[in-house]
Design a protein around this ligand. Structure first.
Ligand code: MLT
Ligand code: MN
Ligand code: ZN
Length: 311
Protein backbone atom coordinates (compact mmCIF):
# COMPACT_ATOMS: atom_id res chain seq x y z
CA UNK A 1 0.00 0.00 0.00
CA UNK A 2 1.07 3.57 -0.63
CA UNK A 3 -0.39 6.71 0.88
CA UNK A 4 0.14 9.69 -1.40
CA UNK A 5 -0.67 13.19 -0.19
CA UNK A 6 -1.01 15.91 -2.82
CA UNK A 7 0.56 19.07 -1.41
CA UNK A 8 0.15 21.22 -4.50
CA UNK A 9 -0.44 20.96 -8.23
CA UNK A 10 0.56 24.38 -9.57
CA UNK A 11 3.76 25.22 -11.42
CA UNK A 12 6.35 27.69 -10.19
CA UNK A 13 4.59 30.85 -9.06
CA UNK A 14 1.46 28.99 -7.93
CA UNK A 15 -2.11 30.03 -8.64
CA UNK A 16 -2.70 32.91 -8.38
CA UNK A 17 0.85 34.03 -9.03
CA UNK A 18 2.06 37.02 -7.01
CA UNK A 19 2.63 39.34 -10.00
CA UNK A 20 -0.05 38.05 -12.38
CA UNK A 21 -3.29 39.82 -13.08
CA UNK A 22 -4.42 37.57 -15.93
CA UNK A 23 -8.17 36.79 -15.96
CA UNK A 24 -7.57 33.38 -14.30
CA UNK A 25 -5.39 34.70 -11.48
CA UNK A 26 -7.83 37.57 -10.94
CA UNK A 27 -10.70 35.09 -10.68
CA UNK A 28 -8.74 32.98 -8.23
CA UNK A 29 -8.08 36.07 -6.07
CA UNK A 30 -11.79 36.91 -6.17
CA UNK A 31 -12.55 33.44 -4.83
CA UNK A 32 -14.56 32.36 -7.88
CA UNK A 33 -15.84 28.78 -7.52
CA UNK A 34 -14.47 27.88 -10.94
CA UNK A 35 -10.91 28.92 -9.99
CA UNK A 36 -9.51 26.82 -7.14
CA UNK A 37 -8.12 29.60 -4.99
CA UNK A 38 -5.46 27.49 -3.35
CA UNK A 39 -3.27 25.80 -5.89
CA UNK A 40 0.06 25.64 -4.12
CA UNK A 41 3.25 24.75 -5.94
CA UNK A 42 3.69 21.19 -7.13
CA UNK A 43 4.71 18.53 -4.63
CA UNK A 44 3.41 15.28 -3.19
CA UNK A 45 4.34 13.36 -0.06
CA UNK A 46 4.38 9.57 0.11
CA UNK A 47 4.39 7.08 2.96
CA UNK A 48 4.16 3.32 3.34
CA UNK A 49 3.43 3.29 7.07
CA UNK A 50 1.68 6.63 7.64
CA UNK A 51 4.50 7.56 10.04
CA UNK A 52 7.47 8.44 7.85
CA UNK A 53 6.72 10.68 4.88
CA UNK A 54 8.90 11.56 1.89
CA UNK A 55 8.44 14.76 -0.08
CA UNK A 56 8.71 14.57 -3.85
CA UNK A 57 10.23 18.00 -4.41
CA UNK A 58 10.34 20.71 -1.77
CA UNK A 59 8.22 23.57 -3.06
CA UNK A 60 8.49 27.21 -2.00
CA UNK A 61 5.06 26.68 -0.37
CA UNK A 62 6.32 23.89 1.88
CA UNK A 63 5.75 25.73 5.16
CA UNK A 64 2.08 26.22 4.33
CA UNK A 65 1.83 22.69 2.94
CA UNK A 66 3.06 21.30 6.26
CA UNK A 67 0.71 23.50 8.27
CA UNK A 68 -2.26 22.53 6.05
CA UNK A 69 -1.72 18.77 6.34
CA UNK A 70 -1.83 17.05 9.78
CA UNK A 71 0.02 14.03 8.33
CA UNK A 72 3.13 16.25 8.31
CA UNK A 73 2.80 17.72 11.80
CA UNK A 74 5.21 16.81 14.61
CA UNK A 75 3.64 13.96 16.60
CA UNK A 76 6.25 12.56 18.95
CA UNK A 77 9.09 14.26 20.81
CA UNK A 78 9.33 18.00 21.55
CA UNK A 79 11.19 18.63 18.27
CA UNK A 80 10.42 16.09 15.53
CA UNK A 81 8.84 15.72 12.11
CA UNK A 82 7.26 12.88 10.16
CA UNK A 83 9.21 14.18 7.14
CA UNK A 84 11.99 11.63 6.75
CA UNK A 85 13.23 12.72 3.36
CA UNK A 86 12.93 14.93 0.32
CA UNK A 87 13.51 13.55 -3.16
CA UNK A 88 14.33 16.16 -5.78
CA UNK A 89 13.64 15.79 -9.50
CA UNK A 90 15.48 18.92 -10.64
CA UNK A 91 17.12 22.08 -9.36
CA UNK A 92 14.46 24.65 -10.25
CA UNK A 93 13.38 27.06 -7.54
CA UNK A 94 9.98 25.38 -7.32
CA UNK A 95 11.63 22.01 -6.56
CA UNK A 96 14.30 23.01 -4.03
CA UNK A 97 13.41 26.30 -2.31
CA UNK A 98 11.24 24.51 0.27
CA UNK A 99 14.34 22.86 1.71
CA UNK A 100 15.13 26.20 3.35
CA UNK A 101 12.05 25.72 5.55
CA UNK A 102 13.52 22.53 7.01
CA UNK A 103 16.45 24.23 8.68
CA UNK A 104 16.05 23.55 12.39
CA UNK A 105 18.45 20.68 13.09
CA UNK A 106 15.91 17.91 12.61
CA UNK A 107 17.20 14.83 10.80
CA UNK A 108 16.07 13.85 7.33
CA UNK A 109 17.67 12.82 4.02
CA UNK A 110 17.81 14.67 0.73
CA UNK A 111 17.86 12.28 -2.25
CA UNK A 112 18.83 13.63 -5.68
CA UNK A 113 20.90 13.04 -8.78
CA UNK A 114 24.53 14.23 -8.41
CA UNK A 115 23.79 17.11 -10.85
CA UNK A 116 21.16 18.47 -8.45
CA UNK A 117 23.18 17.72 -5.29
CA UNK A 118 25.97 19.75 -6.92
CA UNK A 119 23.62 22.77 -7.15
CA UNK A 120 22.88 22.47 -3.42
CA UNK A 121 26.58 22.08 -2.61
CA UNK A 122 27.47 25.10 -4.74
CA UNK A 123 24.92 27.32 -2.98
CA UNK A 124 26.07 27.89 0.61
CA UNK A 125 22.58 28.99 1.68
CA UNK A 126 21.68 25.27 1.71
CA UNK A 127 24.21 24.80 4.50
CA UNK A 128 21.33 25.88 6.77
CA UNK A 129 20.42 22.20 6.45
CA UNK A 130 22.75 21.27 9.29
CA UNK A 131 25.00 18.51 7.86
CA UNK A 132 25.15 16.91 11.31
CA UNK A 133 21.46 16.07 10.89
CA UNK A 134 20.61 16.26 7.20
CA UNK A 135 22.11 13.63 4.93
CA UNK A 136 22.46 14.00 1.18
CA UNK A 137 22.22 10.80 -0.78
CA UNK A 138 22.97 10.36 -4.48
CA UNK A 139 20.42 8.73 -6.75
CA UNK A 140 21.92 6.68 -9.56
CA UNK A 141 19.80 6.56 -12.71
CA UNK A 142 18.07 3.22 -13.17
CA UNK A 143 18.96 1.92 -9.70
CA UNK A 144 16.56 1.44 -6.80
CA UNK A 145 17.43 3.24 -3.58
CA UNK A 146 15.87 2.28 -0.25
CA UNK A 147 14.31 5.22 1.58
CA UNK A 148 15.13 5.36 5.28
CA UNK A 149 13.39 6.66 8.35
CA UNK A 150 15.15 9.27 10.48
CA UNK A 151 16.57 6.44 12.65
CA UNK A 152 18.17 4.89 9.56
CA UNK A 153 15.80 1.90 9.30
CA UNK A 154 14.10 1.13 5.96
CA UNK A 155 10.80 2.98 5.56
CA UNK A 156 9.23 0.32 3.33
CA UNK A 157 9.79 2.37 0.19
CA UNK A 158 12.18 2.44 -2.73
CA UNK A 159 12.82 5.14 -5.31
CA UNK A 160 14.22 4.71 -8.79
CA UNK A 161 15.21 7.83 -10.71
CA UNK A 162 15.33 7.77 -14.49
CA UNK A 163 16.34 10.43 -17.00
CA UNK A 164 13.61 12.46 -18.67
CA UNK A 165 14.19 14.99 -21.44
CA UNK A 166 14.15 18.45 -19.98
CA UNK A 167 16.30 21.37 -19.12
CA UNK A 168 18.83 22.59 -16.57
CA UNK A 169 17.41 24.94 -13.90
CA UNK A 170 16.40 28.32 -15.31
CA UNK A 171 18.99 30.23 -13.27
CA UNK A 172 21.78 27.97 -14.58
CA UNK A 173 20.95 28.26 -18.29
CA UNK A 174 24.09 28.97 -20.30
CA UNK A 175 23.23 30.68 -23.59
CA UNK A 176 26.74 30.06 -24.90
CA UNK A 177 26.01 26.31 -24.97
CA UNK A 178 23.37 26.50 -27.72
CA UNK A 179 19.90 24.98 -27.69
CA UNK A 180 20.59 22.78 -24.68
CA UNK A 181 21.57 25.76 -22.49
CA UNK A 182 24.13 23.42 -20.95
CA UNK A 183 21.56 20.82 -19.84
CA UNK A 184 22.93 17.36 -19.10
CA UNK A 185 21.46 13.98 -18.29
CA UNK A 186 20.35 14.05 -14.67
CA UNK A 187 19.19 17.68 -14.64
CA UNK A 188 15.59 16.44 -14.79
CA UNK A 189 14.56 12.99 -13.62
CA UNK A 190 11.35 11.07 -13.20
CA UNK A 191 10.73 8.95 -10.11
CA UNK A 192 9.28 5.50 -9.64
CA UNK A 193 8.26 5.04 -6.02
CA UNK A 194 7.42 1.57 -4.79
CA UNK A 195 6.42 -0.23 -1.61
CA UNK A 196 9.06 -2.85 -0.81
CA UNK A 197 6.53 -5.24 0.77
CA UNK A 198 3.69 -5.41 -1.71
CA UNK A 199 5.35 -3.90 -4.79
CA UNK A 200 2.67 -1.23 -5.26
CA UNK A 201 4.12 1.69 -7.23
CA UNK A 202 3.54 4.98 -8.99
CA UNK A 203 5.41 7.48 -11.15
CA UNK A 204 6.15 11.15 -10.51
CA UNK A 205 7.30 13.08 -13.59
CA UNK A 206 6.97 16.80 -12.92
CA UNK A 207 9.19 18.15 -15.70
CA UNK A 208 9.30 16.53 -19.12
CA UNK A 209 9.49 18.01 -22.59
CA UNK A 210 8.71 14.83 -24.58
CA UNK A 211 7.19 11.46 -23.84
CA UNK A 212 9.99 9.29 -25.21
CA UNK A 213 9.43 5.60 -26.08
CA UNK A 214 11.48 4.74 -22.97
CA UNK A 215 9.17 6.69 -20.67
CA UNK A 216 6.06 5.39 -22.44
CA UNK A 217 7.27 1.83 -21.91
CA UNK A 218 7.98 2.46 -18.24
CA UNK A 219 4.62 3.97 -17.40
CA UNK A 220 2.58 1.54 -19.51
CA UNK A 221 -0.02 -0.12 -17.28
CA UNK A 222 1.13 1.74 -14.15
CA UNK A 223 -1.56 2.11 -11.46
CA UNK A 224 -0.87 5.84 -11.02
CA UNK A 225 1.12 8.57 -12.73
CA UNK A 226 1.66 12.23 -11.86
CA UNK A 227 2.77 14.08 -14.97
CA UNK A 228 3.97 17.51 -16.15
CA UNK A 229 0.89 19.60 -16.88
CA UNK A 230 2.53 23.01 -17.26
CA UNK A 231 0.71 24.27 -20.35
CA UNK A 232 -2.28 23.36 -22.46
CA UNK A 233 -0.77 24.79 -25.65
CA UNK A 234 2.92 25.26 -26.42
CA UNK A 235 2.58 28.96 -27.28
CA UNK A 236 -0.01 29.81 -24.64
CA UNK A 237 2.17 32.19 -22.63
CA UNK A 238 3.37 33.93 -25.80
CA UNK A 239 -0.22 34.35 -27.03
CA UNK A 240 -1.25 35.79 -23.65
CA UNK A 241 1.67 38.27 -23.67
CA UNK A 242 2.98 36.71 -20.47
CA UNK A 243 6.32 35.54 -21.79
CA UNK A 244 8.34 35.17 -24.97
CA UNK A 245 8.93 31.49 -24.23
CA UNK A 246 7.12 28.45 -25.50
CA UNK A 247 6.56 25.43 -23.30
CA UNK A 248 9.23 23.46 -25.18
CA UNK A 249 11.73 26.24 -24.57
CA UNK A 250 10.99 25.93 -20.84
CA UNK A 251 11.37 22.14 -20.91
CA UNK A 252 7.69 21.24 -20.77
CA UNK A 253 5.41 19.20 -23.02
CA UNK A 254 1.87 20.59 -23.45
CA UNK A 255 -1.36 18.74 -22.69
CA UNK A 256 -3.42 19.39 -25.82
CA UNK A 257 -3.11 18.65 -29.52
CA UNK A 258 -1.75 15.68 -31.46
CA UNK A 259 1.74 16.02 -29.92
CA UNK A 260 0.41 16.60 -26.43
CA UNK A 261 0.62 14.46 -23.34
CA UNK A 262 -3.10 13.59 -23.32
CA UNK A 263 -2.73 12.00 -26.77
CA UNK A 264 0.58 10.35 -25.83
CA UNK A 265 -0.95 8.66 -22.78
CA UNK A 266 -4.19 7.65 -24.51
CA UNK A 267 -3.21 4.02 -25.14
CA UNK A 268 -0.82 3.42 -22.25
CA UNK A 269 -3.38 1.85 -19.92
CA UNK A 270 -2.41 3.93 -16.90
CA UNK A 271 -4.88 3.40 -14.04
CA UNK A 272 -5.03 6.90 -12.55
CA UNK A 273 -3.56 9.97 -14.25
CA UNK A 274 -2.97 13.26 -12.45
CA UNK A 275 -1.51 16.42 -13.90
CA UNK A 276 0.64 18.62 -11.73
CA UNK A 277 3.02 21.56 -12.19
CA UNK A 278 0.14 23.40 -13.89
CA UNK A 279 0.94 26.97 -14.88
CA UNK A 280 -1.52 29.74 -14.10
CA UNK A 281 -1.89 30.41 -17.84
CA UNK A 282 -3.30 26.91 -18.37
CA UNK A 283 -7.09 27.00 -18.87
CA UNK A 284 -7.52 23.63 -17.13
CA UNK A 285 -7.07 25.35 -13.77
CA UNK A 286 -10.56 26.75 -14.32
CA UNK A 287 -13.25 24.11 -13.86
CA UNK A 288 -15.60 25.64 -16.44
CA UNK A 289 -13.35 25.58 -19.53
CA UNK A 290 -13.63 23.25 -22.56
CA UNK A 291 -9.98 22.25 -22.00
CA UNK A 292 -10.78 21.06 -18.48
CA UNK A 293 -13.71 19.04 -19.84
CA UNK A 294 -11.46 17.48 -22.49
CA UNK A 295 -8.86 16.59 -19.85
CA UNK A 296 -11.48 14.89 -17.68
CA UNK A 297 -13.02 13.05 -20.63
CA UNK A 298 -9.57 11.63 -21.35
CA UNK A 299 -9.44 10.23 -17.81
CA UNK A 300 -7.10 12.81 -16.29
CA UNK A 301 -7.58 14.58 -12.97
CA UNK A 302 -6.21 17.56 -11.11
CA UNK A 303 -6.04 16.75 -7.42
CA UNK A 304 -7.05 19.40 -4.90
CA UNK A 305 -4.33 20.33 -2.43
CA UNK A 306 -4.61 18.07 0.60
CA UNK A 307 -6.11 15.10 -1.28
CA UNK A 308 -4.82 11.75 -0.02
CA UNK A 309 -4.71 8.93 -2.55
CA UNK A 310 -4.28 5.34 -1.40
CA UNK A 311 -3.16 2.67 -3.83
C1 MLT B 1 10.02 25.71 -14.90
O1 MLT B 1 9.34 24.77 -14.49
O2 MLT B 1 10.14 25.93 -16.12
C2 MLT B 1 10.73 26.53 -13.91
O3 MLT B 1 10.14 26.42 -12.66
C3 MLT B 1 10.86 27.94 -14.32
C4 MLT B 1 11.27 28.81 -13.18
O4 MLT B 1 12.14 28.44 -12.38
O5 MLT B 1 10.72 29.92 -13.07
MN1 MN C 1 8.81 24.65 -12.54
ZN1 ZN D 1 -2.12 34.51 -14.10
Amino acid sequence: MLRILVLGAAAGGGFPQWNCNCPSCARARDGADSAAPQALQASVAVSADGESWFLLNASPDLRQQINDNPQLHPAHSLRSSPIAGAILTNGDVDAVAGLLNLRESTPFTVYAHPRVLRILADNPIFNVLNPAFVKRRELTLGRKEVLVRTDGSPAGLEVEAFAVPGKVALYLEDESKGDSFGSEVGDTVGLRISNTDDGQYFYFIANCVRLTPDIAERVQGAPLVFFDGTLWRDDEMVAANMSAKTGKRMGHISMGGPDGSIAAFADLGVGRKFFLHINNSNPVLLTDTPERAELEQAGWKIAKDGTEIVI
